[in-house]
Design a protein around this ligand. Structure first.
Ligand SMILES: *Cc1c(COP(=O)(O)O)cnc(C)c1O
Length: 339
């Protein structure tokens, strides 16, 4: 039994998901003639109370398109130093949009309205880049699945309005926050200009992300997706997986969160482990004591067919997901507690 906790992207479609994929009605989505893609886009737009949604092959492409929508070359995006758009999208912000990032030194990937205010360059001071977009990530990936305080997100919205800044949410794991904090997609839709959500992480689809926003922003999104090479044809087969996941795989995320809590609780009592970061959703990040060799620790786990990853700077990560079953969980808890 292989236990793969490297990421929640390692999931495979369930038999039920495969079944709806196989029977999907499809057409050429470049002509907007794929009924299942259209249905997925309408469903997500409705969930967020927005006018338009667009299906993307990846979350990175959806975020990059959003940056392009909100900025001109030479301008600046305000985001956290841990942000996925800055660290893990291959430098796309500068490559695709010609923008720089003003990094906020936040806490677990999150920052305050005051920090945003202090990061805005004066618009008439032409020596510095024009600030044009604030990007928030919820839950935070490098921040260990932490969830934002919604009140802070609201405060930042007022600052964006006052200073004429776009407001984008990288919601790759927004579903986890909705479940953990009992929030709604509508409340996020009311604040952000654009939101990207992932179908291929906690929700267990083979691929796909969706960017949602009002027509004012989204009218250009389809052109940008085409320029990025993301126009797709009969992808209703994949959109069908997305529709199925939205209906069936959101509420079960609490299961992943409970398991992550239990793993964290057990790890906390291990002598090799110095610290487990607070667990709010499905990500467990922990540090080993200085005398414990990281490679040895990871290898010992993999000799039991348990796979985790290093995040660098002494931090290790485990992520629970749809394919991490109860029996895997029992095996993990009993094996690791004896290490
Ligand atoms: C995974 C992830 C993305 C998108 O990643 P892709 O692999 O391009 O789909 C974007 N933002 C965050 C925070 C993520 O964790």
């Amino acid at each position: 039994m292989t236990i793969d906790l490297r990421s929640d992207t390692v999931t495979k479609p369930t038999p039920e998901m495969l079944e709806v994929m196989m029977s999907a009605k499809v057409g050429d989505d470049v002509y907007k003639e794929d009924p299942t893609v259209n249905e997925l886009e309408e469903k997500i737009a409705h969930m967020f109370g927005k006018e338009k949604a667009l299906f993307f092959p990846t979350g990175s492409m959806a975020n990059q398109a959003a940056i392009k929508l909100h900025t001109n070359p030479g301008e600046q995006v305000i985001c956290d130093k841990y942000a996925h758009i800055y660290n893990y999208e291959g430098g796309g912000a500068s490559f695709n949009s010609g923008v720089s990032c003003k990094l906020i030194d936040g806490h677990r990937g999150m920052f305050t309205a005051e920090q945003v205010l202090n990061s805005i360059n004066p618009p008439d001071f032409y020596h510095s880049p024009l600030s044009s977009l604030v990007a928030v990530e919820n839950t935070t990936n490098k921040g260990g699945g932490a969830c934002w305080d919604f009140e802070e997100i609201k405060k930042i919205k007022s600052i964006c309005d006052e200073h004429n800044l776009g407001y984008h949410l990288d919601g790759a794991r927004l579903w986890n926050s909705l479940i953990a904090k009992n929030e709604t997609s509508l409340q996020y839709g009311q604040l952000f200009n654009t939101i990207s959500v992932c179908l291929s992480k906690g929700l267990g689809c083979p691929m796909g992300s969706v960017l949602v926003g009002d027509n004012k922003f989204m009218d250009r999104a389809i052109r940008i997706r085409k320029i990025f090479g993301g126009g797709m044809r009969q992808v209703g087969y994949l959109a069908a997986a997305g529709i199925y996941a939205l209906d069936n795989h959101i509420n079960r995320l609490k299961n992943d969160h409970e398991k992550a809590q239990e793993i964290g609780g057990m790890m906390d009592s291990l002598s090799q482990i110095k610290r487990v970061e607070p667990i709010e959703t499905n990500i467990v990040i922990f540090e080993l004591h200085g005398h414990v060799d990281e490679a040895n620790f990871i290898n010992k786990l993999s000799s039991h067919d348990i796979h985790i990853i290093s995040m660098g700077s002494g931090k290790l990560r485990m992520v629970t997901h749809l394919n991490y079953t109860d029996s895997m969980h029992d095996k993990l808890l009993s094996l690791v507690s004896q290490m």
